[in-house]
Design a protein around this ligand. Sequence first.
Ligand code: ZN
Ligand code: MN
Ligand code: MN
Length: 280
Amino acid sequence: MRYIGAHVSASGGVEHTPQRAHSIGANCMQIFGGSPVRWSAPLPSQETIKKFQEEREQWGIEKVFMHAPYLINLASPKEKLQTLSRELLLKHGKIADALGVDGVIFHIGSRGDMEQDKAHAIIIKALKKVLQHTKDTAILMENTAGAGNLVGDTLEELTSLYTTIDDPRLGICIDTAHAFASGMIHDYSTKELDIFFSEVKRGVGINALKAIHLNDSKTEAGSRKDRHENIGEGKIGKERIQRFVQRKEIKDIPPILEVPGFDNEGPDRKNIDRVISYVT
Ligand code: ZN
Ligand code: MN
Ligand code: MN
């Protein structure tokens, strides 16, 4: 069995999410652990945790990731925002531990005018603290599309942060649309993917790659713009996405769809069926 996942809405409570994922044909999922645009997030009650775990079991959801709020900017030039960001990421790590999910995926943030070395020092300190105060969940840095001095638009940068922090619970999530927009993977040719995966192996190691955000892109390679498109409908396109998902290096890594959906209601069965058809 191959993993296939999607971001699903947690409206009404996380306990509703496993059924939602199952209803579109997913066996893995991503959820928000709280409002994506608020600085606070409550820990789930014991009752919610129990219900969530029962539902997850019932609907056969193998891997679950939480996406942290977009507000997080660990490298903000504003100290106040650095602190709030670190605390909010830590809170999500604690929610992930409480729910027993596999990892928290987050965007590192924009360093603005701050020098890279200085920004990295701040990020490293924050992530060490988050790792120190969480137990089991993986903490996964997502690559970005790259506009506005966003941290994490190259494999080198993610690798440098990863190897400096040196913690088995730290990992990465590669978003195919962001990789295309940033130029990290700009043509998805076999040759380019050979190089990409050998750099992943040499850098963080394939074990640190815990999730894939599988999205097509509305914008061109190198555009540095983050606009997701349905699978096979965008500028990456069927052939290149297929070449990527067929790579043996990621056969056990769940692809999670964050696509607009054909009815604009988020990831749907049609997108999932496409990915399944690409790998079978
Ligand atoms: Zn993300
Ligand atoms: Mn993503
Ligand atoms: Mn995006």
